[in-house]
Every structure is written in structure tokens, then in C-alpha cells.
Design a protein around this ligand. Sequence first.
Ligand SMILES: [Zn+2]
Length: 279
Amino acid sequence: MGLIKRLFGRSPARIPDPLWNKALADMPFLARLQDEELRRLRDLSSRFLATHAIGGAGGFTVTDDIALSIAAQASLPVLNLTLDLYRDMAGIIVYPSAFIVRHSEIDDAGVVHEWDAPMAGEALDAGGAVVLSWEDALEDHAWDDGGNLVIHEFVHKIDMGNGGANGCPPFIAEFHRGIALARWTSVFSAAYDDFCRRVDQLESQLPPDFDEDNDSHLERYAALAAALPMDPYGAENPAEFFAVASEAFFTRPEGLAKAYGQVLELLEKYYLQQAIRPA
Ligand SMILES: [Zn+2]
């Protein structure tokens, strides 16, 4: 707890070597960064910790390790941009595991449906917090399968910088002169449509009585999903596509590079970072 207390609300303190080295060992996807980039990521993480409160909920204690892990993953997408992209954020709330959120929807007949669903992460709009399940965040590190919950939620925050999350983040004159909005829209729309087709095709190969509590059904789903360029959750809507493509960009971009090379190029131009391309 010491580091968080020391850092929060004060000028950034240097992150101690053992803590930083452990963070690097825990997050193998950071290994692609050059020494100079890692130095800047360390500084940025320290500034992030000095300016954002990270609190536990549901009885969870946020240790220094956890706070630094979140700060480093949040800082990665903005490494060559600016932390100002997270200016509009109340803080970060961390639950030990999936948390229950009440959802509601009005159907075509005007009837309101309400249901509770467990969530692994959530980025709240309009200056709200980022909420994470640490169990789910940690699983992503261990699997190294191209998924990354923490990056995902912070990318939603970036996306929200010009209104709600819609898959088109704010373009900042200082960094993004080389990106034309029309090109972003057409490349992402085409890739999203194609990805939805691939996911529809995957779903057509599932047992008709598909049950997510059935292990053999889940294995079948995982085997089919492994052939996709990225997590099928990206077919949910364009905002999720952008967040899931960004997860893959920062952790395991091979599938993205093969299927959607133009998306990868635009993400490189947006984040001003080079993805590792397949040999
Ligand atoms: Zn999402």
C-alpha cells in the first residue's frame, strides 16, 4: 500500500526497481518495448499513479503490485500520446472477481427489461470510473492469448474522449494529422463487417443447444474462436471491435496483422507505436 499512498496526490515518485522488474516479468507483452520506451512507460506509470486514485471494492485490497500493473497497462496505449486522454476519469475501482451490474433495456414494444449480469470490466462514460475484476485481469496475463482486460477498458476511456464510445477515438492535431477520418471509418467498418461474418459463421457451428455452463460446448467454442484473428467479443459493436483490436495490437497482433492489415496500420498511426508483425 505504501507506494500508492506516497504517490497519490503528490509529485510522481520513482517506482522502486524490484516492483518495476516484477511488473515487467508479470506482463510478457511489454517485452516488445525498447529500453528507452520502457523507461518512459515507467515514468508515465508513476505519473498515472500520482494523478489517479485506485481503490479496492468488495473487500479487495489494492497492493502496490496491482496498482502498478494497472498503471502500466493504462499507460501503454498513451505511451507516445498524452495522459490527458484519461483526464475525464473519476478513478479506478478494483473488485476481487466478477462484479454484478444491473442492466436494463427497452424492447420494441416499450417494455423495460432488467437483469443482473456479472462483468469482468467496465468503463463508465461521462467522467466515470474504470471498474475491473482483478481475477479476470490476471487471467489475461497468464494466458497471453491476445486478450487484455485492463487495456480494453482504458481504450474505451480513450474512445470516449470525443463523446460516447463508438470505435472512433479523438484525433489530436499534435499526433494524428496523418489519419483521415474518412479512411478510419471505411477501414474499421469493412473490418468490423467482415469480423461479424466470421463470428456468425463460428456460431453456426456450435451445438444448437449451446450452453455456456457445459464444458464440452465451451471447448468447442474455444477451438473455433482460436481460429479468429481476435476475441469474438469484438463483434458486439464497433466500440468493442476497436477495444478488442487494440488489446490484440498491444499483446499479440499476429492474427490482426494477417486478417486486417489496414486496421493494424491505422492503430500504429493512432498509438504511434509499432506492432510486432508476424515473420
Ligand atoms: Zn468493452
